[in-house]
Design a protein around this ligand. Structure first.
Ligand SMILES: C[S@@+](CC[C@H](N)C(=O)[O-])C[C@H]1O[C@@H](n2cnc3c(N)ncnc32)[C@H](O)[C@@H]1O
Length: 204
């Protein structure tokens, strides 16, 4: 699936999904314990957090509970409309992660931590490169990026679409971020496939 071919239809595709979910996405609530233990381990707290591909906002609300001031972005207007109904101080923004530089609310913000959980893996490699540069600009020096993708290497089947190997992650991110850790996991909603959750830190 090439996002550019779908452009125009892309929001429609996600909106259709979220209409089907009726308020409860398959990934709602997943990985919160892992995130909590990583935040504890790396002493990530009390700052500005950005949740990219927030959907109904379950991770955004979770970040807020942990004490962050949260900005959250999703392309689906259906998901964002549901998210803003809940009582919170999260700033929800309906936008495309490929256009983060055009989002007024993010202008001049520098985040302590950014979540990209199964969101940027929809981008092709050119889009991915400019997106990573943008995340670099939006992160504080030393800020964290927590990123979840489908795993690709000898341990996993080779037919998983949009998967990344550790080498590919290193190659894509190393100019701007250092990989601190990779956690291999299987999640129910990832249909039994391996996924890799990376903790990256912005270069100073
Ligand atoms: C697989 S879901 C993951 C949701 C959540 N991050 C999680 O893992 O719990 C991907 C989310 O990214 C959003 N998304 C996909 N492409 C996007 C884009 N180009 N810009 C903004 N949001 C996007 C979708 O609408 C959807 O909510």
């Amino acid at each position: 699936m090439d996002l550019d071919k779908l452009f125009g239809r892309y929001r429609f595709v996600w909106n259709r999904q979220y209409r089907r979910f009726k308020g409860e996405a398959p990934w709602s609530g997943a990985r919160q314990n892992i995130l909590k233990s990583l935040f504890f381990k790396y002493n990530i707290k009390d700052g500005l957090a950005l949740d990219l591909g927030c959907g109904y906002g379950d991770k955004s609300f979770f970040l807020e509970k942990l004490g962050f001031k949260v900005f959250a972005v999703d392309i689906s207007s259906v998901a964002i409309r549901e998210a803003v109904k809940k009582t919170s101080k999260v700033s929800f923004i309906c936008a495309d992660i490929r256009d983060l530089n055009k989002v007024y609310l993010l202008r001049n913000k520098r985040f302590d931590v950014t979540l990209d959980l199964f969101t940027s893996h929809f981008l092709n490699s050119t889009q991915m490169r400019s997106y990573i540069k943008e995340i670099y600009k939006l992160s504080k020096p030393g800020g964290y990026l927590i990123m979840n993708v489908y795993a690709k290497d000898s341990e996993t089947p080779s037919n998983i679409a949009r998967s990344l190997s550790p080498n590919e992650v290193g190659e894509l991110y190393s100019e701007y971020f250092k990989v601190l850790e990779r956690l291999r996991n299987k999640f129910k909603y990832a249909k039994g496939n391996y996924t890799d959750l990376y903790v990256l830190r912005r270069n100073q």
